[in-house]
Design a protein around this ligand. Structure first.
Ligand SMILES: NC(=O)c1ccc[n+]([C@@H]2O[C@H](COP(=O)([O-])OP(=O)(O)OC[C@H]3O[C@@H](n4cnc5c(N)ncnc54)[C@H](OP(=O)(O)O)[C@@H]3O)[C@@H](O)[C@H]2O)c1
Length: 358
């Protein structure tokens, strides 16, 4: 079978590098173009040394302006860049997946509220499908355009979805997602905050309130429950983000209430009903061993999301957990999973590898 040709725009970045790694071993995709404004002509393995002597590693970076048509195009640009040239990018491929936050929110008013300015390409918003296959698989089938997903939103959404779907959540109480994140979430560009003496060993509360990924959690609840008609019915989602000593990984710890006292077996049923057939979500809840609960460390490099839960003695308060690799299930892996669904490939194609241990 002839492989589809593929372009990665923003190929020197961390998300672009992970896409190149994954797609180098994809049975139906061949990356033929990869862009950089700063490393033109250099081999990809000079930026991504793990890809030396792999098909992707031997590609040379080209200027974004020199991109030619291909079947598939991934945009791995900083927030705000994809939307400024979306007409051009869309003209260069039949299938486009944008990993940035530009097209994640379906509601342009929500975009303006969370990002502080009107959407620069609002007529494009409804053409994009929110790219979380566990939530929007049916819309992704045959779609031309998919957005990426926020990594903190992915972890929070996968933790919460079983309760939302089962109608267990008490929507009159706030939902609080405490996310702990690794340094690669901030991208490959060095800043004062990423300087090793400042970053290493840090427990830095960088977004104690108002993290933008909360918007994607509200959107997920709205998608599953239908739009709220009153403010009293709207989900009250509070996200707080802390940088910790990891390079990769997100652990979302989500605190919420259920509407009536339940037993643990109700939560087991909700999680099994939600994830029984999901190829990349695993329920992790053991009473013995070291890894009793989801742990990002062992997901490094993999597209799996591990989810778990705990219930308070009174049966009303639930702690939900989800661990992912921010660059894979939180970015490049889910983007490839979306592509597989959009193009009718086996959803697991190119993605069936576990993380690292120890
Ligand atoms: N890091 C994560 O954990 C994560 C998770 C989920 C989603 N995302 C999203 O994925 C996107 C990429 O993130 P990242 O972490 O990979 O960022 P990154 O490491 O900073 O990479 C950004 C890439 O974009 C290129 N670039 C920057 N400005 C450009 C412009 N104006 N035109 C063309 N190319 C430009 C850069 O290369 P040159 O400077 O060489 O051109 C680089 O290759 C972001 O929108 C981010 O929100 C990231």
């Amino acid at each position: 079978m002839t492989k589809l040709t593929c372009t990665i725009v923003g190929g020197t970045g961390y998300a672009g590098g992970e896409l190149l790694r994954i797609l180098s071993f994809h049975p139906h995709i061949e990356v033929t173009q990869i862009t950089s404004r700063t490393r033109m002509g250099e081999f990809a393995h000079t930026v991504h040394p793990n890809l030396r002597q792999t098909p992707g590693g031997s590609l040379q970076f080209i200027r974004p302006d020199d991109v030619q048509k291909s079947d598939v195009l991934f945009l791995c640009l900083p927030h705000g860049e994809a939307s400024t040239q979306i007409d051009r990018w869309a003209g260069l491929a039949d299938t486009v997946v944008d990993l940035s936050a530009d097209f994640r929110l379906r509601n342009v008013n929500a975009y303006e509220r969370w990002y502080g300015h009107p959407h620069p390409a609002s007529h494009w918003v409804e053409r994009f499908v929110y790219g979380l296959p566990e939530l929007t698989r049916e819309q992704l089938r045959g779609a031309q355009y998919a957005s990426g997903v926020g990594c903190n939103a992915t972890a929070t959404n996968l933790a919460l979805m079983p309760l939302v779907k089962a109608g267990l959540l008490d929507m009159t109480r706030p939902i609080i997602s405490d996310v702990k994140v690794g340094s690669s979430e901030a991208g490959s560009e060095a800043t004062d905050a990423s300087h090793h003496p400042e970053r290493s060993g840090a427990v830095r509360s960088y977004a104690p309130a108002g993290h933008r990924h909360a918007a994607e959690v509200e959107q997920m609840i709205g998608m599953l429950k239908g739009p709220s008609t009153t403010d009293a019915q709207a989900p009250d989602v509070h996200m707080t983000a802390t940088s910790i000593e990891m390079v990769r990984g997100v652990l979302a710890t989500v605190h919420c209430f259920v509407s009536q006292s339940i037993q643990e077996k109700t939560l087991w049923k909700a999680f099994r009903d939600c994830y029984r057939t999901e190829p990349f979500v695993r329920i992790v809840k053991s009473s013995t061993g070291i890894y009793r609960a989801p742990e990002p460390k062992i997901l490094s490099g993999s597209n799996y999301a591990d989810v778990g839960f705990a219930l308070s003695d009174d049966g009303r308060k639930v702690t939900l957990l989800c661990a992912i690799d921010n660059l894979v299930k939180g970015a490049a892996g889910t983007a490839v999973q979306c592509l597989n669904v959009m193009r009718g490939f086996d959803e697991r194609a190119g993605l069936e590898f576990p993380g690292l241990h120890p």
